[in-house]
Design a binder for this molecule. Structure first.
Ligand code: SAM
Length: 180
């Protein structure tokens, strides 16, 4: 039989684990808020995504951006997501979408994943997270890669295109950018 302190410890664990689970993405980059379907279209259109592209969504949530990039533009796409429940959900949606051959969902911290094969990067993170990402974007992305940020700018970079009404900003990696 378990004693009282063991039972209390188990109850604490049962409470703490879901709380940590929910708040972990807030700690490492951004909370969950899906991009509207209209904005997803605008982001992909702004980047002029095509079938030759490899689209990476950093913090892919339910996978809507990567799946749309594959469905509408026949691009190959990779979503990186830290929240295991959203990874599970997006993998289930992916299985029923018929897009498995072009879309991959990776469970992990976007700061620790290799993104060098991307030709388009999309993100809807937080301002601080965008700024922390600058050295990684510069180090790993090839010149010419388009980086589209929903809502938050990348401070210190000049957008090549922007939709001021919607708050969508596109940057093109070139040799000129220096880590901020
Ligand atoms: C605002 S939501 C955007 C979701 C999706 N990209 C969209 O536009 O609909 C941000 C997502 O990033 C994830 N996230 C935050 N920090 C992360 C990190 N360091 N690594 C991977 N995913 C992260 C969160 O779990 C959340 O699902």
């Amino acid at each position: 039989m378990l004693d009282t302190s063991s039972i209390l410890f188990i109850i604490l664990l049962i409470i703490i684990i879901p709380v940590l689970w929910i708040f972990w993405p807030f700690i490492i980059g951004a909370g969950w808020q899906p991009t509207s379907k209209k904005r997803v279209q605008k982001m992909l259109k702004m980047a002029e995504v095509n079938s030759g592209d490899v689209v990476y969504d950093l913090g892919s949530g339910d996978g809507r951006i990567v799946m749309e990039a594959a469905r509408r533009y026949q691009a190959r796409a990779v979503g990186i997501e830290a929240d295991p429940l959203r990874v599970l959900w997006s993998k289930l949606v992916l299985m029923s979408s018929g897009l498995n051959n072009r879309v991959k969902i990776v469970w992990g911290n976007l700061f620790h994943q290799d993104i060098s094969e991307a030709t388009v990067v999309t993100m809807f993170l937080w301002q601080d997270t965008n700024q922390k990402l600058i050295p990684k974007l510069i180090k790993e992305l090839k010149p010419g890669t388009r980086v589209v940020s929903n809502y938050w700018k990348i401070k210190g970079w000049t957008p090549t295109k922007e939709d001021k009404d919607e708050g969508i900003y596109m940057y093109v990696i070139d040799q000129g950018y220096q880590p901020g």
